[in-house]
Design a protein around this ligand. Structure first.
Ligand code: SF4
Length: 331
């Protein structure tokens, strides 16, 4: 690991004042420290934001406000989240390991970098790590890579489970920095690779996530997260789906479907959602939605299986969720 300086401010304004051009913020450090050890990221200075007052979980009417420094495990266990936004709790518990969830923060979860093996191997070409060097995954080992939102520059998946649930729930990201606070829909926070795969979020240098806001709606209360992975724990998704349904008088009034493990960003499947509106929830409708969820998929040599996996994961997530909702419908 290269030498670096370290500072630990108490207030946000102090944090961005201390962030020089080669500095980075660190919170739980569960991702950044690994990247520093392998030489993928080489900051000259770390600004530890762990003491900033950003660790509260609050409810304000039908809005859940979560500070950026809330540990993943605390949010997953919060009673309001478990009852009113089950997909959020389930997605958090599907990520990493208990030890990592205790240390990793909500803001850091949204900022984590891809697990593409070439990105983490400094001997290999990678446009995301070193723009213009090429993408070793295009014709290399891309079995776990994305089929949605890809570009000729990069096909790496976004690794977060939390972000998939949040994008399904129409969450907002609160940001602050030298130029003042702003709020973005989570769907606009992560950037597709396009021609600049090194740019992964809408943050500009000096800005940091201060929290997320999640609307607690009827559709969010009836939600489910399904993650398919190569082992039962401590593994990234081959494909995951965050689904939510609001059913009224036997037909779907509102639907949310988001995908993880198959796209370069947390992926909202709007066409799949539309396929469910106004129809009774059931096998036929779920199959149509599952099919629509693959819209735009562009598989490569060894990851075409993910297209069929999307269909099956979406259909199974909806099929798991539906009986829980129909049980609540008045007879
Ligand atoms: Fe790098 Fe993206 Fe290619 Fe992986 S897929 S090698 S992260 S450019």
């Amino acid at each position: 690991m290269r030498p670096f300086t370290y500072t630990r401010p108490d207030q946000p304004a102090q944090a961005w004042a201390e962030l020089g051009p080669d500095a980075m913020y660190i919170a739980g450090g569960t991702n950044l420290v690994d990247l520093m050890k392998s030489g993928v990221t080489t900051p000259g200075r770390l600004v530890d934001i762990g003491r900033l007052p950003l660790a509260e979980i609050e409810t304000d009417g039908d809005t859940l406000r979560v500070g950026a420094l809330v540990p993943n495990s605390d949010l997953a266990a919060h009673p309001v989240v478990r009852e009113r936004l089950p997909v959020l709790s389930q997605a958090l518990l599907a990520g990493a390991s208990p030890q990592l969830r205790n240390l990793a923060t909500i803001g850091g979860n949204l900022m984590q970098r891809t697990r593409c093996g070439y990105f983490r191997d400094t001997a290999m070409p990678c446009n995301k790590r070193e723009p213009g060097t090429g993408c070793a995954a295009l014709d290399g080992d891309h079995r776990g890579h994305a089929v949605l939102g890809t570009s000729p520059q990069c096909i790496a998946t976004h690794p977060s489970d939390l972000a998939v649930a949040l994008v399904a729930l129409d969450a907002l990201v609160r940001i602050d920095g030298p130029n003042g606070p702003r709020v973005l829909p989570l769907g606009a926070f992560h950037l597709p690779p396009a021609d600049t795969p090194e740019r992964e979020t809408a943050l500009v240098h000096g800005e940091l996530i201060t929290g997320v806001e999640v609307p607690m709606t009827a559709v969010g209360a009836h939600s489910h997260y399904l993650k398919v992975r190569e082992r039962a724990a401590f593994a990234f998704a081959m494909c995951s789906a965050a689904v939510a349904l609001d059913v009224h008088e036997g037909t779907v009034r509102s639907a949310r479907i988001a995908l993880g493990g198959v796209a370069t960003t947390p992926w909202r499947a709007h066409t799949a959602e539309q396929a469910l509106i106004g129809v009774p929830p059931g096998t036929a409708a779920f199959a149509r939605a599952a099919d629509a969820a693959t819209e735009g998929a562009a598989p490569r040599r060894d990851n075409a299986y993910k297209v069929e996996l999307i269909r099956r994961v979406v259909a199974r997530a909806l099929t798991t969720l539906a009986p829980l909702i129909l049980d609540e419908e008045p007879a």
